[in-house]
Ligand binder design. Structure first.
Ligand code: SAH
Ligand code: SF4
Ligand code: F3S
Length: 469
């Protein structure tokens, strides 16, 4: 049994990062899932969504078939997120349901992801014993081995609180046939004071560029039109190499593969270079969409958050991006109610939203996280005040989201259609600058990039029709 340890998870040494090409081996387990079904539930960010694609690939590689029906599943995998309290609550609610189910039939339950890296929580759930396997974010490739061992051991808890390696060559079952996630780096070394990710995901480690480019090439050859390069800080890519190979260079090389659309998330304002802006503006297949989390509009709060940029620098960066990348969309993340945030600090956040006029923003009430420095900062703002701030912020964000969409009305944009819309008889897709469009068309357009005329706009989406004139 290996229980998580937050002090170990925080450690950053000069240890060399290992790139492991042969660490996943399923030969022994190829019959493990014969006539059995697995179900996977995913919470959290794109990183988790893509990890779940790898877990699905692994389960299928050892013979399981997928089901979306809980009553049919022999194995239920819960891939969890630890970023805020409500992410916890959602996963815990689901665990309650699964526990009931397990009382009525024989199922194997696997609890993995970022919550599984949390020391206090795992120390608690490990005692309950009803969860068969607890597995952290570093060792998904060993899931078949853990399942096989369950014959002899009753419960398994294998969580490594370590800096981490790069595990290559994992099987993958992707959710889409047209757009694909491609990891370029794992972990995070930024240690923003509110954030648990550096503890749950380990040290920043970049994949080798040739492995990334080969993956993109293969996706393109297999008919994919879009890749999203993934990392907690994509633009810190390569900082762990010390050979000058950076994110801008990688972007340029990925562009050369010829894949029609390249996106990337998330960029940290701290590492956003002029060279990146130049490459994005030069390469037509790098999409004009930048998610640039600001977190707060107050320099004082940014400093307490450990974000290491000032509002002045952030605004200069936004200006440079807008000057060089035509039709660029800029979106952001904002936290309200960070410990010690005053009304004045909050108004500075509103002020920055008024200046940048974001295309969209994800807004959150600060949530204290285990072992992070901010969790022990004095926080005397009542929740009701924080909720009031969030509502005021959202109102402003929505106003600018609608305004930016209105500018697109009656114009025609290229849209990659990716599937059915939840609006009746429509299909959905994204413009180059990442606007969601519901399009009235027939199914044959799905998977294609087509010109779409915008016929109506809402705050969160656009409506359109194919414009093939
Ligand atoms: N690596 C990305 C963010 C990943 S987490 C970046 O640095 O931009 C996604 C967002 O969750 C963060 O941008 C932040 O706005 C929010 N978040 C992270 N920790 C939080 C916490 N403790 N409370 C509230 N929101 C948080
Ligand atoms: Fe968290 Fe900051 Fe790292 Fe983003 S950069 S994952 S907010 S510590
Ligand atoms: Fe959540 Fe882990 Fe992503 S904490 S936001 S799933 S990196």
């Amino acid at each position: 049994m290996n229980l998580p340890n937050m002090a170990d998870a925080k450690r950053r040494t000069k240890k060399e990062i290992k790139i492991l090409y042969d660490d996943y081996n399923s030969d022994e387990y190829s019959e493990l899932g014969k006539d059995k079904k697995y179900l996977i539930l995913t919470y959290g960010c794109q990183m988790n969504v893509h990890d779940s694609e790898n877990i699905a690939g692994i389960m299928e590689d050892v013979g399981y078939t997928r089901t979306e029906d809980m009553d049919e599943a022999n194995v239920i995998i819960v891939n969890t997120c630890a970023i805020r309290e409500n992410a916890h609550n959602k996963a815990e609610g689901m665990l309650g349901r699964i526990k009931h189910l397990k009382e009525t039939k024989d199922i194997t339950v696997i609890f993995c992801g970022c919550m599984a890296q949390e020391e206090k929580l795992v120390n608690k759930i490990v005692k309950n014993k009803w969860i068969d396997i607890i597995c952290g974010t570093h060792n998904y490739h060993k899931i078949p081995e853990y399942i096989a061992k369950l014959n002899k051991e009753k419960n398994i808890c294998e969580v490594y609180s370590m800096e981490g390696d790069v595990i290559e060559n994992l099987p993958v079952t992707r959710d889409s046939l047209y757009t694909a996630w491609v990891n370029i780096q794992y972990g995070c070394d930024k240690f923003c004071t509110y954030c648990i990710v550096p503890y749950t995901r380990g040290k920043q480690r970049s994949r080798l560029s040739e492995d990334i480019i080969n993956e993109v090439r293969e996706l393109y050859n297999n008919g994919y039109s879009e890749v999203t390069l993934l990392g907690q800080n994509v633009n810190a890519y390569g900082k762990d190499f010390d050979n000058g190979y950076d994110f801008a260079t990688l972007l340029g090389e990925v562009s050369q593969t010829g894949i029609p659309r390249i996106r990337f998330v998330t960029s940290h304002p701290w590492d956003f270079t002029d060279k990146m802006i130049e490459v994005i503006s030069k390469c037509d297949n790098i999409m004009p969409y930048i998610h640039l989390p600001i977190q707060s509009g107050s320099d004082r709060i940014l400093k307490l958050m450990g974000r290491k940029y000032t509002i002045k620098e952030y605004l200069e960066l936004v200006k440079k991006i807008r000057d060089h990348i035509p039709n660029v969309s800029i979106t952001t993340d904002i936290i309200v109610g960070f410990p010690g945030e005053t009304e004045e600090d909050f108004e500075m956040t509103l002020d920055i939203v008024n200046k940048v006029k974001y295309d969209l923003a994800y807004t959150f009430i600060y949530s204290p996280r285990e072992s992070t420095p901010a969790a022990s900062m004095k926080d005397d703002t009542p929740l009701s005040v924080k909720k009031g701030r969030l509502a005021r912020l959202n109102e402003l964000i929505n106003k600018y989201a609608l305004e930016s969409n209105q500018k697109m009305l009656n114009n025609t944009y290229n849209v990659l259609l990716i599937g059915e819309s939840d609006k009746k008889n429509k299909f959905m897709g994204y413009t180059e600058n990442m606007k969601l469009v519901n399009v009235k068309c027939d199914e044959s357009y799905v998977g294609k990039i087509v010109p779409v005329k915008i016929t109506d706009v809402k705050t969160w989406s656009l409506d359109g029709e194919i414009n093939d004139r």
